[in-house]
Ligand binder design. Structure first.
Ligand SMILES: *[C@@H]1O[C@H](CO)[C@@H](O)[C@H](O)[C@H]1NC(C)=O
Ligand SMILES: *[C@@H]1O[C@H](CO)[C@@H](O)[C@H](O)[C@H]1NC(C)=O
Ligand SMILES: *[C@@H]1O[C@H](CO)[C@@H](O)[C@H](O)[C@H]1NC(C)=O
Ligand SMILES: *[C@@H]1O[C@H](CO)[C@@H](O)[C@H](O)[C@H]1NC(C)=O
Ligand SMILES: *[C@@H]1O[C@H](CO)[C@@H](O)[C@H](O)[C@H]1NC(C)=O
Length: 347
């Protein structure tokens, strides 16, 4: 269950830490192996090295730029400086926007003003003007960590326990550890989960006003018959939503603080095939049809519908049409049935 919550909320988090606009050496140093040295994206002559998880910065001598591949300071004309600050390499004059084909910067005393060519024109660094259809090689992704790290360095994915990335020819390659292994930033490899504290804690999803009647109750996720949220009170008094799923053959009802009850007792208008039809096709009745119709379920989704012959009722429990009158609350026509909670969902 806990793992499911991690995955669910992990997907909702965008991997923002890559954004160079908010370059934070402290964050990156928590994700790479001890000793990793990188270009400081804010300047051409500066570098950052991660020592025991802490960033240590340095700058090159006069006239030298930091070269991330050789990890040395080289003559500035020998290093193609790619920086989030385009005026880092050129104090005065025009320079191309490293991230777009038609953009350029005018730098004055190291401060840049952005400009853009008219539509259809690209900036030509050689002639310093805008030329129609001037050929432009693919530009870099402004948010890529591969703008600053050398090729071949592993970077732990901060949004989950088992993912990592690596830069190759300035492209980001994504990887995932096999099976249950976790990626260890300090070892730069996949390790047994017992050997790695996965510090990834998802940011809580704060419940909007009115979603939770009070803390400590369960509410429907309003998209599946068996999914719910637990309303957990946080230290600051806000309420977070933690997603969960009822065990097999049970659907969620929100009455009395929420419960998972046998599916035949629950009227639910979302896909009733959820949890059915994994290995063979299974049948599920439909809600509100007097227990005459059924759905064909495969891999948890409806793939078709049917109706029992006249005077017959569909019995989901025996999976067949029968002349016996069936009146499960789930498929009854009028919905005045009250359902007693039988099992608390678990979190
Ligand atoms: C990390 O690297 C630094 C410099 O290379 C070294 O002095 C230090 O002992 C290393 N720390 C660990 C935990 O290996
Ligand atoms: C790698 O993963 C990131 C998110 O973690 C995603 O934005 C990116 O598109 C992926 N790249 C590739 C090549 O799959
Ligand atoms: C789902 O709908 C019910 C009834 O409208 C509402 O009380 C509940 O807060 C909703 N759940 C979520 C997660 O929005
Ligand atoms: C369909 O009816 C069966 C009994 O015939 C019941 O167990 C089941 O919950 C019902 N399903 C739906 C979708 O109404
Ligand atoms: C069907 O598959 C889903 C997803 O793989 C799983 O969560 C569910 O427990 C399975 N149900 C049964 C009855 O095996």
């Amino acid at each position: 269950m806990y793992a499911k919550i991690l995955v669910l909320f992990g997907l909702a988090l965008l991997p923002q830490l890559e954004a160079l606009g908010t370059f934070d050496p402290n964050v990156i140093c928590g994700l790479v192996v001890n000793g990793t040295k990188m270009n400081d994206p804010r300047a051409c002559n500066a570098w950052v090295q991660c020592i025991d998880g802490e960033p240590v910065s340095g700058t090159c001598g006069s006239g030298l730029f930091y070269d991330r591949e050789s990890e040395e300071c080289l003559a500035s004309d020998k290093v193609k400086c790619v920086s989030s600050d385009p005026c880092a390499a050129l104090a005065n004059g025009f320079t191309a926007d490293p991230y777009s084909c038609n953009g350029y910067y005018y730098c004055q005393n190291g401060k840049g003003t952005h400009g853009a060519c008219s539509p259809g024109m690209n900036y030509s660094p050689g002639t310093e003007d805008c030329i129609r259809n001037f050929p432009c090689a693919a530009k870099m992704d402004p948010d890529s960590i591969c703008n600053i790290l050398p090729d071949g360095v592993f970077i732990k994915d901060a949004t989950n326990c088992n993912g990592y990335q690596m830069c190759w020819n300035t492209q980001v390659l994504n990887g995932t550890c096999p099976g249950t292994f976790y990626f260890s930033a300090s070892a730069a490899e996949c390790v047994y989960p017992k050997d790695e504290v996965c510090a990834f804690t998802p940011a809580p999803v704060i419940a909007a006003e009115g979603v939770c009647p009070q803390a400590g109750v369960f509410v429907s996720d309003n998209s599946t018959c068996n999914g719910y949220y637990y309303c957990r009170e946080l230290a600051d008094g806000e309420i977070s939503l933690e997603h969960g799923v009822c065990s097999e053959e049970r659907f969620f009802v929100a009455t009395d603080g929420g419960a998972c009850v046998p599916r035949s007792k629950v009227k639910c208008d979302y896909d009733r095939c959820v949890g059915l039809g994994n290995s063979t096709i299974q049948l599920a009745n439909e809600s509100n049809d007097g227990c005459r119709g059924y759905s064909l379920c495969q891999d948890g989704s409806v793939i078709g519908q049917g109706t029992c012959p006249q005077d017959e009722y569909f019995d989901e429990v025996s999976q067949r049409c029968t002349t016996q009158v069936i009146s499960y609350p789930a498929c009854q026509l009028s919905s005045d049935t009250t359902v007693a909670p039988e099992a608390e969902p678990t979190v």
